[in-house]
Structures are given as structure tokens and as C-alpha cells.
Write a protein that binds this ligand. Structure first.
Ligand SMILES: [Mn+2]
Length: 475
């Protein structure tokens, strides 16, 4: 393909030459005769001519198929140049902004006159790779610091939160990899072990051993690291650690020698993938599979927050991982006993105004409740699901919605924060309330009465809230 570059700056010409050759046949057009002569002597295919004149482009034999690149230094004459190219029959016009501080505004101005023009800013083209490279160096420094600090410890505990999920498990494996340790010298542990079917299957398929530890035993290790969780989670039992790597909002009230907390990341596994890449670690297929599955389940799976860094880590890990194994882990979601609760919800649940509400009664495990809430959200016509059940004399309420309506976290806080713990995001939330506290506030209701009661709360919330939020937007 033929390419004509209209430039003023020698550096831009040399750069374009390096990038475009040999895939393009490139000619340069320069206004300054001395610059043209010098570049010509240096071996460039360059002509000195007035870029504002149509005959310049007629002589250069510009056709609708010629790719014309015009360097933009912010000069007024640019419009004349573009007009001349157009008059000569050029249609593929790319303007390359060099040193334009507000290039979006410049682009808009030019496009109002030349709608078919393409605008590229040099800072934008180079910015991202450069910033990625810089932030990788900063990460490398951080990783090398904690590697050195932990190097001489005999036994390190990598502590996960209770009921470790794929993100916690994968982060544990990855940190062991960063620290170049084995399962004897870096022990992945949790105070409460793995029981949900998808987590159990991950642990089995990837052969991850999670050591049960007590809060007292934590002190027996030379060093303690935490991934996907911060010390405050353990309610004051552990308030001093050596390393914290997490993507939840930063909490206070504990001390850590090193921490890397990035709340804008979709998963802790994304942070650890960056740590591994920063120190050029060898990532085994097992670790890559665990990390990939974790990123998927912590972000994309639930359509929860995922940003460029997560997608970046995902595409880096993808060729290193075992896709068949990931499919197998995902299949663990559906089990016979979960289907029983889906059926129960179908028989006893109620749906009003696209809100599906069901009470599952007493369940042996908590995970049935969010599973059923997620399940019914997939149904056509369902926009909200509120599923509750009782586990060990505690009422658990799981709320899901499609994300574009009222805030689920606000809903649980409004009705349950005063009698238990309640919180969550826009699209998913949870309340945990001691049964006694619930009865004291709402009375002793039977199963059907309970469903009706919660449904009424939801409808009240959805109705009352709409005009209120609109008012806020206006103010
Ligand atoms: Mn996580």
C-alpha cells in the first residue's frame, strides 16, 4: 500500500519510517527545502513542496487509495493542507497530533469540517505501552522488596479468608510461586476450610492443599502473608502481618510490613499475575489455570467490575492455562442438592413486578441461598431476586439484580443493618441477621408470611426510591 506522509519534524519522519517500512511504500512531503535535502541525502524518499497546494498532491499522484498522514503541530495551516489533499482526490486522511495538549478538542474541531478524517494523537499511541512498562517497574521493585524480606523465613503462612474461593486459592498458589517456595515452606491455610462444590472441585482438580489453622497457630509461623483479604476480616484476632495483597477497599486498624492493595482491580489474581510478570517468573500450567479461572469467576462470570488490567491479565494467562480443566471446574456449579433448592424456590416462591422472592427454610449450607438467587436472575422477566434461608439460627438474605435498577446494597442496609450485618454492591448484596433479632423487629412469621413480608419490603423500596433518586440527580 502507498503512503504519503506530510511532516515537518525530522523525528516524526524517522519514527514513521521505522514503523511503516517495509509493509508500506512510504514517501515524505516536507515544506522546508533544507530539511528535505538532508533527509534525501540520508536515503529517505522525500520531496520538498508546499503542503497547502493542491497541485503538490496531484504531482505526488495521490489517489483515493493512498494513505495520507499529516503531522499536526497545532498550526492553522492544517485546514488548508487537508483541503488540498481532498481536492486532489485523497480520501484516506490520518492526522497525527504531535504535542497537542487538548487533542480531543482539536479532533472535534477538525471533524466538524472534515467528518471523514481520522485523528491520532502521538501521546495516546505511545501512552499506554509506556505507562504499562513504568508501572511494571514499580511493581517489580515492590515484589523484590517483599521477596527479600521473606527470603530467610523457614515457614511462611499464606492465609486466606474463610471458605476460600477461586480468587483466594489462585492467589495463594501464585504468591507461593512468586516466593519460589514449595508447599512445605509456604503453607496455604484458612481458619475455615473449603466446602462449596465449585471450590471443592477446584481444590481437587488442581491439587491445592488448604491447611486448617487456628488463630493461635498463626503465631507459630515465621512470617504471615494474606491474599484476597485484610486482617480486619478476622475481627481483631490477627492484627499484624508481613504482607497483604488484596483488591478489596483498604481497611485501617492493622499493621503490615508490605502491602499491595488495589481496589480498582477485579480480582486479587490480577494483582498476582502482574507480580509474576514483573519478575519474569515461570508460570506453571496449574497456576495459570487457577489464576485464569479466578479472574473469570471474580469478574466476568458475574458481570461484576472488570477493567483493562483484568482483561490484560486474562489474555496473558489464556495461552498458558488448561481450558478443558476450567470448563470442568465451572461445571461444579450445578449439583443435585442445589437443584433441590431451586425446585423448592419454584414451588414456594412468588413473583410480583419482576421481583422474584423465595424463602428456602432451614438449609445445611449457606451457598444454596446465593446459588438460587443467581439462578432465578437468569430467567426472562426477572429483574430482582431476593432469596433467604436459615443457617444455624441465622437468617441469610441474598439479593441480586440486573445492575441497572436500584441499589441492592442500599436495600439490605435499609431493612437489615440495624439488626444484623448488611452490605453489598449495586447488583449483589447480602444480609446476615440472627433469627431472634429478626423476630423482635418483624414478629414471628411463618414461611409464606415471610416471603410476603420481604416482597412487600422490596416493592416499597423500589417504588419509594425512584422519585427520590431522580431528585438527587437534578440537584
Ligand atoms: Mn477476590
Amino acid at each position: 500500500m502507498r503512503c504519503l506522509a506530510v511532516c515537518q519534524t525530522e523525528l516524526v519522519i524517522r519514527m514513521l519510517d521505522e514503523i511503516l517500512l517495509p509493509s508500506f511504500e512510504v514517501e515524505y512531503l516536507v515544506e522546508s527545502k533544507p530539511v528535505a535535502r538532508r533527509l534525501h541525502e540520508a536515503g529517505f524518499n522525500v520531496t520538498g513542496a508546499d503542503p497547502r497546494r493542491t497541485d503538490t498532491y496531484l504531482k505526488a499522484d495521490v489517489t483515493p487509495g493512498t494513505c495520507v498522514i499529516v503531522e499536526d503541530n497545532g498550526r492553522k495551516s492544517l485546514r488548508k493542507t487537508v483541503e488540498a489533499i481532498r481536492d486532489a482526490g485523497g480520501t484516506l486522511i490520518y492526522v497525527l497530533g504531535v504535542g497537542i495538549s487538548d487533542f480531543r478538542k482539536r479532533e472535534e474541531e477538525l471533524k466538524s469540517q472534515f467528518p471523514e478524517l481520522n485523528y491520532l494523537a502521538l501521546s495516546e499511541l505511545f501512552g499506554n505501552p509506556l505507562l504499562t512498562e513504568f508501572s511494571r517497574s514499580i511493581t517489580r521493585l515492590k515484589v523484590q522488596q517483599y521477596q527479600r524480606f521473606l527470603a530467610d523465613a523457614d515457614r511462611i503462612l499464606i492465609l486466606l479468608h474463610n471458605e476460600p474461593d477461586p480468587d483466594a486459592l489462585a492467589s495463594g498458589l501464585a504468591l507461593r510461586n512468586v516466593l519460589r517456595r514449595t508447599r512445605q515452606t509456604a503453607i496455604i491455610g484458612a481458619l475455615q476450610g473449603v466446602s462449596r462444590p465449585e471450590n471443592v472441585r477446584m481444590v481437587n482438580l488442581l491439587d491445592i492443599h488448604v491447611e486448617p489453622v487456628t488463630a493461635q497457630q498463626v503465631g507459630n509461623f515465621d512470617r504471615v502473608a494474606m491474599v484476597d483479604v485484610q486482617p480486619h476480616y478476622f475481627g481483631g484476632v490477627i492484627d499484624k502481618v508481613d504482607l497483604v495483597i488484596d483488591h478489596h477497599p483498604e481497611q485501617s486498624g492493622y499493621s503490615a510490613v508490605f502491602k499491595d492493595i488495589r481496589p480498582d482491580y477485579g480480582s486479587t489474581s490480577t494483582i498476582l499475575t502482574e507480580h509474576l510478570r514483573a519478575v519474569d517468573a515461570n508460570i506453571s500450567e496449574r497456576t495459570a489455570t487457577a489464576l485464569l479461572y479466578a479472574i473469570k469467576s471474580d469478574t466476568l462470570f458475574f458481570n461484576r467490575q472488570a477493567n483493562r488490567v483484568d482483561i490484560d491479565a486474562f489474555s496473558y494467562l489464556y495461552p498458558l492455562a488448561d481450558a478443558a480443566l476450567i470448563r470442568k471446574m465451572e461445571g461444579a456449579e450445578i449439583t443435585m442438592e442445589r437443584l433441590e433448592y431451586v425446585l423448592k424456590a419454584q414451588q414456594h416462591g412468588r413473583m410480583v413486578e419482576q421481583v422474584f422472592c423465595a424463602f428456602l427454610g432451614t438449609t445445611p449450607r449457606e451457598d444454596f441461598i446465593p446459588y438460587v438467587a443467581d439462578f432465578y436472575l437468569q430467567l426472562e422477566n426477572v429483574k430482582w431476586t431476593i432469596v433467604s434461608g436459615i443457617v444455624n439460627d441465622t437468617l441469610i438474605v441474598s439479593v441480586r439484580n440486573l445492575g441497572y435498577s436500584r441499589n441492592a446494597g442500599e436495600f439490605v442496609r435499609k431493612y437489615f443493618a440495624d439488626i444484623g450485618s448488611a452490605g453489598g454492591h449495586r447488583a449483589m448484596a447480602k444480609a446476615v441477621v440472627p433469627l431472634r433479632a429478626f423476630r423482635e423487629k418483624y414478629g414471628n412469621v411463618d414461611a409464606d408470611g415471610f416471603t410476603d413480608r420481604v416482597l412487600a419490603m422490596a416493592l416499597e423500596f423500589l417504588h419509594e426510591h425512584q422519585p427520590h433518586e431522580k431528585k438527587l440527580v437534578k440537584a
